[in-house]
Design a protein around this ligand. Structure first.
Ligand code: AMP
Ligand code: GLY
Length: 433
């Protein structure tokens, strides 16, 4: 069976690896990277042309941008079985206001919000939603300003003062920082608690939950510095107890997936809920994504046992999904090592010392590293992206998994390399706000 994975990051490396473990699976990645080449063949070219040449039995689209632009629709019209929603349904990620309206109709818990189409509306919304008069140490003080469209994680500002909120709305409506002629913003209240991610395979109004995970978005230890695509992930996470996972399933996925189906949206793919778990253990949605998370996929996929390929095939062909995914009881950690300057001004092309793409962490075949941005230059590896690699560990406990991941990471170096030293260790601190 031929499977084509679309994308070139660590998430796609993890997908290609996990799918290559399935019986009779022949995995191809387009364009892929030097990590994905370990599990099959990398194919260059436009994904539609590659698919036409290869005639795969299943296509899994990794990133959000091609889904938002309709790659899923075009591949399906050409007769392929695709894991990845239609452009219309991908708006759960590509339009924050669309997602908010859908959540309202579905009764899914999320931050109270207002939509704004110009500077004046945005200022009014900030005044209405913002909690600027509370005592200065209240974690809820302030407002969140979000640009409506895809902004690669850069369109969201958590504003603690009115001045910050004014700057954030000016960035959207005056400076047009997010590149739209008629921008839209969502202004919402600040949610308090701890963040976690839950993903599900969705098809025809049904879903199967993948194991829960926790990302670490800020670049620095203790959640300091600007947000990145994600500096590390763990699965499971102490934030998502089985009781909370049950609430996420009943209060969030169930109504959301049913509403998508009822409203005629062709959702065949992965639905990712970015969550805030309140101090009393109640989940709210911070955002939805229309695909696997990166680096959540690296932490979650090694824990999925059983026939993942069958489930993805059922999803791609629009079957109703029944049962549960079998999950391994081990803990998995992924620690990202990044290039100098990431995520602000990334410097790439640095020779990498000590990197081996052949080593595995244990008998499950989990590789030491899932590759995000690495290229071969002659017979050496050089950095080729902001995030360079996700170093992996698996163990009976989270601590054991982290130890293995950090040990692998410490064998590798390049000029300007940086990583967080506190991945998976948040539970020792108080609330993350
Ligand atoms: P998003 O792109 O919507 O996930 O937002 C990026 C990050 O901003 C999230 O991971 C949160 O850390 C933070 N954030 C977004 N919305 C809120 C909110 N309503 N309350 C608190 N933090 C938020
Ligand atoms: N790790 C966050 C994301 O994939 O959006």
């Amino acid at each position: 069976m031929k499977i084509l994975v679309v994308g070139s990051g660590g998430r796609e490396d993890a997908l290609a690896w996990r799918l290559s473990q399935e019986r009779d699976a022949d995995v191809f990645t387009t364009p892929g990277n030097c990590g994905t080449a370990r599990w099959g063949e990398n194919l260059e070219g436009d994904p539609e042309e590659v698919a036409a040449r290869l005639e795969p039995d299943l296509i899994v689209v990794g990133p959000e941008a091609p889904l938002a632009e309709g790659l899923g629709d075009r591949l399906r019209s050409a007769g392929f079985a695709v894991v990845g929603p239609s452009a219309e349904a991908a708006r759960v990620e590509s339009s924050k206001s669309f997602a908010k309206e859908l959540m309202k109709r579905a009764g899914v818990p999320t931050a109270r919000s207002l939509k704004a189409r110009n500077l004046e509306e945005a200022r009014k919304a900030v005044a209405e939603v913002g909690r600027f008069s509370e005592s200065s140490d209240s974690p809820r003080r302030g407002v969140v300003v979000k640009a409506d469209g895809l902004a690669a994680g850069k369109g969201v500002t958590v504003c603690r003062t009115e001045e910050e909120a004014e700057n954030a709305v000016r960035e959207i409506f005056v400076e047009h920082r997010f590149g739209e002629d008629s921008p839209v913003a969502v202004i919402e209240e600040i949610l308090v608690g701890r963040e976690a991610s839950m993903l599900a395979v969705v098809s025809s109004g049904t879903f199967l939950l993948l194991p829960g995970a926790e990302d670490h978005k800020a670049v620095g230890d203790g959640d300091s510095g600007p947000n990145t695509g994600g500096m590390g992930a763990i699965s499971p996470t102490p934030v998502l107890t089985s009781e909370i996972e049950e609430k996420v399933s009943e209060r969030i996925f169930q109504p959301m997936v049913e509403t998508l189906f009822r409203e005629g949206l062709d959702y065949r793919g992965i639905l990712y809920a970015g969550l805030m778990i309140s101090p009393s253990g109640d989940p709210s949605v911070v955002e939805f994504n229309c695909r696997f998370g990166d680096p959540e996929a690296q932490a979650v996929l090694p824990r999925v046992r059983g026939p993942l390929l069958d489930v993805l095939q059922a999803c791609a062909t629009g079957e109703r999904l029944v049962g549960r995914l079998e999950v391994d009881s081990s803990a998995v950690a992924c620690v990202i090592a990044a290039s100098e300057g990431y995520p602000v001004a990334t410097r790439t092309g640095m020779p990498i010392e000590g990197l081996s793409l052949d080593d595995t962490v244990d008998e499950t075949g989990l590789p030491e590293v899932f590759v995000s941005g690495v290229k071969r230059r002659g017979d050496i590896f050089v950095t080729a992206g902001g995030r360079v690699g996700g170093f992996m560990g698996r163990g009976e406990t989270l601590g054991a998994a982290l130890e293995i991941a950090y040990r692998s990471l410490e064998k590798v170096r390049w000029e300007g390399m940086h990583f967080r030293r506190d991945i998976g260790r948040r539970e020792k601190r108080g609330l993350v706000v």
